[in-house]
Design a protein around this ligand. Structure first.
Ligand code: PEP
Ligand code: MN
Length: 350
């Protein structure tokens, strides 16, 4: 439920209501706005008689939370979540466009990763992505360098200052991956691995949750809810394409409309991965630009030193020159979007 406080409620009254809810076993989220304060209380409503709450000093009204994803919902948290990293980089909200780029898998040669990272950084990205634990469809495909890959990532972070995004596949491996990563990625195949969601929810690094390849919006937000419910409020949603009926020309169907839908329903940052969504590098630039215009807070792009020799996802990976060219355009496109488009779109209410 949502407890709407009177516009002139005092800090003491707000705190008393908040403490009472916590005593009763509710998780509370306090939203102190300029005009008024609302407290979202998540838990079992049977624990309390709402009349007793309604009569507390400073309380104006009690409303039910309609959405099943209570903590992910904008109802309980009207303002955009902005995730801030130690070096000042931000994801979410306005004017913080995040780019995560790098190879699908970390491979043997650390010099190649460093070279990719240097180009990634020069062109204005803030994050280096790379898989060390790889969820491969076939057991005969490259399965990733595991901890050795994580070490390479951390080493390149030290040399470049880029933040590191890497996938964790198993709840047992969360502490290990969290030791090296700045953002823990949960992949499409694990979007409903509830043990993993709970485990990443219990640690304090941001989590990038990729949409399950056949997940509905509601399932996606409920997966995020599992992480939030464990106490980790730093969740980034990533649209990476869903299964369609024709994969002849595109690996998946990039569901760009989900970006404004998610932004309407939730306060969490939303990014788009046009590499996995399309499966072909020539489709990455147009879909990356389109993602900006859909209102995404960022992008994830696969970039390889020599894509023809990549051990995974070479066909969708950009080489270094292609990547730099894509970023030159994207920098202009994001500036144009932020200056001209974002405000105009606010005029049409969802
Ligand atoms: C990846 O990012 O390399 C990856 C495996 O992504 P997804 O889970 O979206 O397939
Ligand atoms: Mn990949």
């Amino acid at each position: 439920m949502i407890i709407v406080m009177n516009a002139d409620a005092t800090d003491k009254q707000i705190k008393t209501v908040d403490s009472r809810l916590q005593e009763l076993g509710f998780k509370t989220i306090l939203n102190q706005g300029d005009v008024m304060t609302v407290i979202a209380a998540i838990g079992d409503k049977r624990l309390i008689e709402t009349e007793s709450l309604e009569s507390m000093d400073g309380v104006k009204q009690i409303l039910p939370i309609r959405e099943p994803y209570k903590m992910a919902s904008r109802e309980t948290h009207p303002h955009d979540t902005v995730i801030t990293f130690d070096n000042g980089v931000k994801i979410g909200g306005n004017h913080n466009f995040a780019v995560m780029a790098g190879p699908c898998s970390i491979e043997e040669n650390p010099d190649h990763l460093l070279r990719i990272a240097e180009v990634v950084k020069q062109s204005g990205a803030q994050f280096l992505r790379g898989g060390a634990f790889k969820p491969r469809t076939s057991p005969y495909d490259f399965q990733g360098l595991e901890e050795e890959g994580l070490r390479q990532l951390a080493d390149v972070r030290d040399k470049t200052g880029l933040l590191v995004v890497t996938e964790v596949m198993d709840s047992q491996e969360v502490p290990l991956v969290a030791q090296y990563a700045d953002i823990l990625q949960v992949g499409t195949r694990n979007m409903q691995n509830f043990k993993l969601l709970k485990a990443v929810g219990r640690q304090n690094k941001p989590v990038m949750l990729k949409r399950g390849m056949s997940a509905t919006v509601r399932e996606f937000l409920l997966a995020a809810e599992h992480i939030l419910y464990q106490g980790n409020e730093q969740v980034i949603l990533c649209e990476r394409g869903i299964r369609g009926y024709d994969s002849t020309f595109t690996r998946n169907v990039l569901d760009l409309a989900i970006v404004p839908v998610l932004k309407r329903l939730s306060h969490l940052p939303v990014i788009v991965d046009p590499s996995h969504a399309t499966g072909h590098r020539y489709l990455v630039p147009p879909m990356a630009n389109a993602a900006v215009f859909a209102g995404a807070h960022g992008l994830m792009l696969e970039v390889h030193y020599d894509p023809d020799k990549a051990l995974s996802d070479g066909a969708q990976s950009l080489n270094l020159e292609q990547y730099a060219a894509v970023m030159r355009t994207l920098n202009k496109v994001t500036a144009f979007y932020q200056q001209e488009v974002a405000q105009a779109e606010c005029l049409i209410k969802a």
